[in-house]
Every structure is written in C-alpha cells, then in structure tokens.
Design a protein around this ligand. Structure first.
Ligand code: ATP
Ligand code: MG
Length: 481
C-alpha cells in the first residue's frame, strides 16, 4: 500500500468509498481457537501478529491479556515497549480513511528475563509504562515433563523418581540439595541431571522455594489478571537448550491457572515453522519434537480462553495441525502453487472461498490477507500496522540502536544477582558439609558395625557393651567434641 504519497487533500471523498477502508480489519473476530498467520518471507506475518494482538488487547469488546512468548531469532517481541514511529502513515490514515482511533500507542509493557549468567546487565526501564524484571523458577514446582523441553521425552521411571525426590525433600531444602538428592538415586550419566537439572540450578534459573524472583502460580495469576500490561518474555543470554523449557513451564502454569479461573489470554509465538516442520525422522534436537507435540496440544485450549497467534511460513509446515473449524487463518502472500492449493483445497470444496480471493494469494502485498474464519466465508482484509514499534531490517540491535537512542533509561539487578550467587555457594557449602558429616557418620557406623561383627565372638563381657553409647549418633557427637 502506497500510503505516504496520497495524503494530500481532496482524496477524502474518494477514500470514504474506497474498498480499502472497508477492508481494514478493526473489530476483531470472535476467537474460539488459535490464529494462524501464513505467508512467505517478508509478507507481513510478524507485523500482523503484533497488530492482531494489539486490537484484541485494545478493543473494548475483546480485552485479551497478551503474553508474548517467543520473539524468534530477531527478538522481535522487544518492540512492544515503544510507540509506532510511522507518523506519516497514521496521519494519512486518519485523514484519508477517517479512522477515528488513535494511531501510535505507548503500551504498558513488562519485560520478563529468565535469570542466567549471561543476561545483559542493563534492562529497559521507562516507568510507569515499561518495566523489566528477572524471573526464576521454584524447583519444587517443576514437573519432570517440563524437562522434556530440554532433553526430549522423559521416561516414566524418571518422572516417578523426580516426583519422589520432590516429595521426600525436607521443607526448606535448597535447589542444590534437591538436585543432588536426585543425582544420588540415578547413574552418573543420567541425562536429566547432567543436561537439565544440574546446569539450570548452577546457572541460577532454578531456585529455592523462597527466591523472591520465582515466577510461580501466584505471579502468573497476577500477570493474567493485569490485562492492561503486555507481558513479554525475553530470552537474552539464556542458553538455547533452556529456552523452550521456560516457555513450556510458563504456558503449563497459564493452563493450570485458567483451569482454576477462566481468563482470556493470547500467547504470541513467531516463526513456529521451526518446531512444526520437524518430523520423527528429522535430525533436530529432541526438544523440538516435544515442543511440536506440546504446541499442537496447547492450541486446543482455545475453548478455555487460551489462544495462540502463530506466524508460519508454509502451510506444509503445519500439516495435520491446522484445519480445525475453530481456527482463524490469515493467508498472506503465498507464491508457491502447492502452498496455495493446500491452503484453499478444503475451502473450495466447502464453497467458502471466492475465486478472486484464491487469485490474489500469489500477489498479496504486506498487510493484505485473505482471512478465513473457521466455517465461514473468507474475506479480504488489509491489516493496519501495529500501534507499537516493530522490527525492521534497519533496526539492528534493539538495546544499542533503538532503546539506547530513544529512551536510554535502564534498570540493573546486579545486587540481586550477586545475592543469588552468594546464596547458591552457601547452599553448596552447607550441603557438602552436611553430606560429609553424613558420610562420616555412615563410615563410622559401618566401622563400628564391622567391629561389632568381628567382636561378636570375642566380646563376651557385658561390661564393654554397657559402656558403649546407646545411639551411634551420640557416639559420633562424643567423638566430635
Ligand atoms: N500492514 C502493513 N502495511 C504496510 N507495510 C507492511 C505491513 N505489514 C508489513 N509491512 C512491511 O513489510 C515488512 C515485512 O513485514 P514482516 O516482518 O511482518 O514480514 P514477515 O512475513 O514476518 O517476514 P519474515 O518471514 O522475514 O519474518 C515490514 O517491515 C513492513 O515494511
Ligand atoms: Mg516475521
């Protein structure tokens, strides 16, 4: 759309009748399932994902909570924190299309950063609108299945064992202690311990029950209730191996929360082709396969109020997952003939798509979409740009090029991080000292028992036995003193 040049006067009347105005999607369709946005590279998928989230969030008839869970490789989710800078565009639209609503908007945004040693020090902070915080997870709250988003499917026996360890752990046991209680019961090469539990505890992402940064049920419930704030999950610095775990954990918690009390929430995920195109034979990390299974499952949660907006390049990537009558599909430019056929086959059979809509699929410009509301006739829509900023090729690094120049206000959690590290070392020390003591006790007990066995025949006089303390622990204590 050539929006810049036509902003001259005299065009209002023409544009009032213009089909473009009619085609602007402003009142969002009712949601029953997920929203899929399809299109080739550069067809405007990610921009549309933002616009859609924006209208579902802003529209008084909808008022959805937005949780932006996956920014893709370019961290495109960070851009929520700034208002749109397309002034010419909004001025043009307001005049030419007589749009009544405001254009650019400064959203209230909370960036949440999973704790990790490589996390950048300065995080965006522009209160009261934009805040950042770090988050950690309570070890007692983690299910063995959550770890499958790190190491791939987890065996029944590992699940059972993990549950047992969590249940048996003393009240107040540290994350380090719980992790090592698990380790003691498995082999040295146990993948769950070595690739997931241990490194995540060491890197401070998984914490003791009392950590003030824990993002648990209470915090997630509060997050869902705060409809106004857009919550953005940022993976800066976090090892790729742990990123899906974080997404999975939070979505599981959201699911549990809306089961408890219904809320309307939209979860954004960009570039999900990455997960969906894997099959059992592809050579990708196992966690991607688990993610695909989980995503397909979560998508069905629409009926309970949890919806996804997913941006996907090719229909082929989601074969067998989409197609439910419940889903709302946006078809952008699909230059590939097979893609177009696949996208429209069922719609043609059901008489739900017009020929002219099929025809434009190969040539749609960014922002132009054929919208397929499940079970209803398709419609042609132009999607406005989002009211917040969005990623563009010229942006470069968000922090250094965009935020620094335009806002330049930051918050750091250095002190809290140091405290967390210190606490971890204390926990390790405490556990080791205690463990050494226990080992020592065990050793002495064994020695004494051995001695007892050896002496069984020789020691006959009861006097010696009487002198022996009644409890082996008293005996050690005496020795230690
Ligand atoms: N509604 C729109 N109106 C005008 N221009 C748009 C619109 N949507 C997108 N564009 C333009 O198209 C560009 C690409 O959009 P976007 O990044 O959403 O594409 P994409 O399909 O997500 O691409 P990729 O596959 O590379 O992620 C934007 O930077 C913007 O310039
Ligand atoms: Mg994109």
């Amino acid at each position: 759309m050539n929006y810049g040049e036509k902003a001259s006067s005299g065009l209002k009347k023409i544009y009032r009748k213009d089909p473009v105005k009619k085609s602007v999607l402003r009142t969002p369709l009712d949601l029953t399932g997920a929203i899929f946005v399809f299109g080739k590279i550069g067809s405007g998928k990610t921009v549309t994902l933002l616009t859609l989230s924006g209208i579902y969030h802003d529209n008084p008839a909808r008022r959805y909570k937005i949780f932006d869970a996956w920014g893709g490789e370019r961290n495109e989710n960070l851009y929520w924190g700034l208002p749109s800078n397309k002034n010419r565009y909004w001025n043009y639209l307001k005049k030419a299309l007589r749009l009544d609503e405001e254009g650019a908007k400064q959203y209230k945004v909370e960036y949440i950063y999973p704790m990790n040693p490589k996390l950048r020090q300065k995080l965006p902070f522009n209160p009261p609108n934009v805040t950042s915080k770090i988050i950690t997870f309570d070890i007692n709250d983690i299910k063995a299945e959550d770890f499958s988003l790190v190491v791939g499917s987890v065996s029944e026996s590992s699940i059972g064992l993990w549950n047992e360890v969590i249940m048996d752990a003393k009240k107040g046991a540290s994350a380090y202690e719980i992790a090592h209680l698990y380790r003691k019961r498995v082999s040295k090469t146990n993948i769950l311990f070595n690739a997931a539990i241990n490194p995540m505890v060491k890197k401070l992402l998984i914490q003791n029950k009392k950590s003030i940064f824990n993002y648990g049920q209470k915090q997630i419930s509060k997050m869902l209730d705060d409809q106004e704030t857009i919550t953005v999950l940022c993976m800066d610095g976090l090892d790729v191996e742990f990123q899906l775990f974080v997404v999975g954990y939070i979505i599981r918690k959201i699911k549990e929360e809306i089961d408890r009390r219904r809320r309307k929430v939209i979860i954004n995920m960009r570039e999900v082709s990455e997960f969906f195109k894997v099959n059992d034979f592809s050579i990708v990390p196992e966690r991607f396969k688990v993610m695909k299974r989980m995503l397909s499952n979560w998508i069905r949660y629409g009926r309970r109020g949890m919806h996804f907006i997913l941006d996907v390049q090719s229909i082929a990537d989601v074969r067998g997952i989409v197609g439910g009558q419940q889903d709302l599909t946006f078809l952008g430019r699909l230059p590939d003939q097979r893609d177009r056929e696949e996208a429209t086959r069922q719609l043609i059979r059901d008489g739900l798509i017009k020929d002219r809509h099929v025809k434009v699929l190969g040539t749609n410009s960014p922002g132009q979409f054929i919208v397929c509301p499940g079970g209803k006739q398709t419609q042609y829509n132009y999607m406005l740009l989002p009211r917040c900023r969005f990623w563009e090729t010229s942006n470069g690094n968000f922090y250094n090029n965009v935020w620094k120049k335009e806002v330049g206000r930051w918050i750091n959690f250095d002190e809290e991080r140091d405290q967390m590290k210190e606490k971890y070392f204390l926990d390790v020390k405490e556990y080791e000292i205690r463990n050494k003591k226990v080992d020592k006790r065990r050793k002495i007990k064994e020695e004494v028992e051995e001695e007892e066995d050896d002496n069984e025949v020789e020691i006959e006089t009861p006097i010696i036995e009487d002198k022996r303390p009644s409890s082996i622990y008293d005996f050690i204590e005496e020795k230690e003193v």
